[in-house]
Design a protein around this ligand. Sequence first.
Ligand SMILES: [Zn+2]
Length: 69
Amino acid sequence: MASFIIVVCGRCGGFLAAKAEQKTRTCPYCGSKILLSKSKHVAIANDAYEALNILKTLKKKAAEKRKHQ
Ligand SMILES: [Zn+2]
């Protein structure tokens, strides 16, 4: 059972991790309040360590994408 979800901020497109039981989360990048049930889930993780690793990978991918555009 996954305990962490990785979601995308609807306002700034930043990736962030939240505990699965949380309902809302404040975006660390733009400060907007995110309703987790209505946000786009990109990944799930079993623990905080895995969640952080997924975030790292996603951010790296996003940075590489920007570089190639
Ligand atoms: Zn944001």
